[in-house]
Design a protein around this ligand. Structure first.
Ligand SMILES: Cc1cc2nc3c(=O)[nH]c(=O)nc-3n(C[C@H](O)[C@H](O)[C@H](O)COP(=O)(O)O)c2cc1C
Length: 153
C-alpha cells in the first residue's frame, strides 16, 4: 500500500448510504466520503465516483439523502457498496420510507440528512455534490458506524 493510501486511512469516517430518486428509479450506494461543509445554510458534501449509477441519478434529479448507518449495519453497507443499481434493484426486499426530496430513507439507521443539490465540483474521477439539508432526523440512542477497512475488504 502506498504512503498516500496508508495516510488517508488515518482519517476517520462514518459509513453512509447515499440514496436518490429520479422519476420511478430509486437507488442507494455506500459512501464514506461525506463531510459537513457549512453552518449557514447547513451544507454537506458527498464525493461520488463518475462511473457510479448514483452519480447519473443525483446529477439528473438534484436530490439525495445521506443515511447514517448504525453500528449494527455493516451488512447494509456491504449490500449497497458492491453492486450497481444499473444492473440490480438494490431496494428489492428492503423496506424504506420516503424523504421530503423523494429520496429513500432507510430504517434503523442512526439518522439521515435529506438534501437538495446546490452546487457541484469536478474532483478527478469523482464529483463533489454539495447538498443543502432540507430535512434531518437524529435517532435517539442509535450510535453511528465508524468505517473500518477490515469490515468491508
Ligand atoms: C465501505 C465503502 C465505501 C464506499 N465509499 C464510496 C464513496 O465515498 N464514494 C463513491 O463514489 N463510492 C464509494 N463506494 C463504492 C460504491 O458504493 C459502489 O461503487 C456502488 O456499487 C455504486 O453503486 P451504484 O452504481 O448503484 O451507484 C464505497 C463502497 C464501500 C463498500
Amino acid at each position: 500500500m502506498s504512503g498516500v493510501e496508508k495516510t488517508f486511512r488515518k482519517i476517520l469516517n462514518g459509513v453512509f448510504v447515499i440514496t436518490t430518486k429520479k422519476d420511478d428509479k430509486v437507488n442507494g450506494m455506500t459512501a464514506v466520503w461525506v463531510a459537513r461543509a457549512s453552518f449557514k445554510p447547513p451544507l454537506l458534501s458527498v464525493s461520488i465516483g463518475k462511473t457510479r449509477y448514483s452519480h447519473d441519478l443525483i446529477k439528473e434529479s438534484g436530490v439525495f439523502a445521506v443515511n447514517i448507518l448504525s453500528g449494527k449495519q455493516v451488512a447494509e453497507g456491504r449490500h449497497f457498496g458492491f453492486k450497481s443499481g444499473r444492473k440490480t434493484d438494490k431496494f428489492k426486499d428492503i423496506e424504506y420510507d420516503t424523504g421530503k426530496t423523494g429520496s429513500p430513507i432507510l430504517r434503523d439507521t442512526a439518522g439521515y440528512l435529506d438534501c437538495r443539490v446546490v452546487n457541484s465540483c469536478d474532483a478527478g474521477d469523482h464529483t463533489i455534490f454539495v447538498g443543502e439539508v432540507i430535512d434531518a432526523e437524529a435517532r435517539e440512542g442509535i450510535e453511528p458506524l465508524l468505517y473500518r477497512h477490515e469490515d468491508f475488504f
